[in-house]
Design a protein around this ligand. Structure first.
Ligand SMILES: NC(=O)c1ccc[n+]([C@@H]2O[C@H](COP(=O)([O-])OP(=O)(O)OC[C@H]3O[C@@H](n4cnc5c(N)ncnc54)[C@H](O)[C@@H]3O)[C@@H](O)[C@H]2O)c1
Length: 374
């Protein structure tokens, strides 16, 4: 049930969920999204009983648990939403928890990063295949409304064939020694951070261009750098890791797609820009350099800009809509109700992202062949 725009109760089918992990991200974003998506919050769970009970009270769940197995056994759930931290070695807990939950008969939403190794993702794939339960990973940038719009624009015939993708993200590439330290089981913070955030540009790359076949990366001495991805179909994608730049002060992320025709699509914070033309005004033929006016072209023939409005407080200007949380949880609920696999945030994409993360182990300045899922 929910209250619609006109203030009326709407009774619609929901999935019954238990929420595992009552920490920071859950409070800021996931619980804030539940009111808009077709879920019934049956129970909360955290190792810390006080947090589980506080969340249950605050967000209207009838029960609170400290053990998710007990919660699944008791609550007749369709699904669990898992939003937990890393283990002592800095590795995501999702492969173990998701596999166990699927084997107990529930569908699973997991947060990012899904795993530390592609082999761990394969364990989730196996459990999903065996149980018929789905996993959707909150790869939120693949669900951003801006990314969805960009995908529509680049798939339009007017764009031509999308050929070049440039992704910018404030991030530091770990050194080889830091990567090795993490593999050895030490909670190496720079590597955990990279694992935690690499999925952001990678998920956009997979959604817009698919899985590349090769990569090479270069690392500046202080940790910024560039990774370039090649595709057998002739496409190229490049990720700029702008560590040392403006940090989280804004302007840290930008996605640019260039096609074979005359348009360029840029996604910048919550703006989507489609640069094109402009064509000359009718009867006027001015070449580059001889053009006395900048304001040529008409609606439809020149650059278009989409951005949300923040003045009227309408539903869709909330961050939970802009930042993918609404779309990822809605897709999770719909996939369960429609008995189908999710279209984004799939285990296949989790495998590809984790495989690409692991290839940074091979070191900079060399061409690295990427695999497909075995
Ligand atoms: N998509 C996003 O925008 C975004 C933003 C921030 C964090 N995250 C992700 O969300 C996840 C959680 O991050 P956070 O900052 O909320 O962490 P957090 O440490 O604040 O919260 C994690 C909670 O999980 C609980 N927990 C751990 N193991 C558990 C278990 N077995 N059973 C029940 N509860 C358990 C902990 O007690 C803790 O309360 C991480 O994967 C992180 O990468 C995503």
């Amino acid at each position: 049930m929910r209250i619609d725009f006109k203030g009326k109760i709407v009774d619609e089918p929901t999935i019954r969920i238990g929420h595992i992990g009552c920490g920071s991200h859950s409070f800021r974003n996931l619980f804030a999204t539940y009111q808009f998506v077709p879920v019934e919050l049956a129970a909360t769970c955290d190792l810390d009983e006080a947090k589980a009970k506080f969340y249950a009270r605050q967000f209207g769940a009838p029960a609170a648990y400290t053990d998710y197995r007990a919660m699944i056994e008791k609550e007749k759930l369709d699904a669990v939403v898992v939003c937990v931290n890393f283990d002592k070695r800095g590795r995501p807990l999702y492969p173990r928890i998701a596999t166990e939950c699927m084997n107990m008969g529930v569908n699973v939403f997991i947060e990012k990063p899904p795993a530390a190794t592609a082999a761990e993702v394969e364990l989730m794939m196996k459990a999903s295949d065996e149980t018929g339960k789905i996993v959707l990973c909150g790869l939120k940038r693949a669900f951003f409304q801006m990314t969805t719009k960009a995908k529509k624009l680049i798939d339009a015939p007017e764009f031509g064939e999308p050929m070049t993708l440039l992704l910018q993200r404030e991030e530091r590439i770990p050194t080889m020694a830091e990567m090795a330290d993490y593999r050895a089981g030490n909670p190496n913070t720079p590597t955990i951070r990279f694992l935690d955030h690499f999925c952001h540009p990678a998920s956009v790359m997979l959604y817009l261009f698919g899985m590349p076949q090769r990569m090479i990366y270069h690392r500046a001495a202080h940790g910024s750098g560039v990774a370039t991805y090649e595709y057998d179909n002739g496409r190229v994608a490049s990720m700029s890791f702008t560590h040392g730049g403006s940090g989280v002060a804004g302007g840290v992320e930008r996605v640019t797609v260039i096609g074979t025709k005359y348009r360029t699509v840029v996604v910048e914070n919550c703006r989507v820009i489609c640069f094109q033309g402009p064509v000359s005004d009718p009867g006027v033929h001015e070449s580059y350099g001889a053009k006395p006016s900048y304001f040529t072209g008409d609606i439809g023939t020149t650059t278009a800009l989409w951005e949300p409005e923040f003045q009227l407080g309408q539903l869709y200007s909330k961050g939970v809509f802009l930042l993918g949380y609404y779309d990822e949880l809605l897709e999770f609920a719909r996939a369960i109700m429609e008995k189908r696999q999710p279209t984004r945030g799939t285990l296949e994409q989790c495998w590809q992202i984790t495989h690409m993360f692991e290839q940074f182990n091979q070191g900079p300045s060399r061409m690295i062949e990427l695999r497909t899922r075995p």
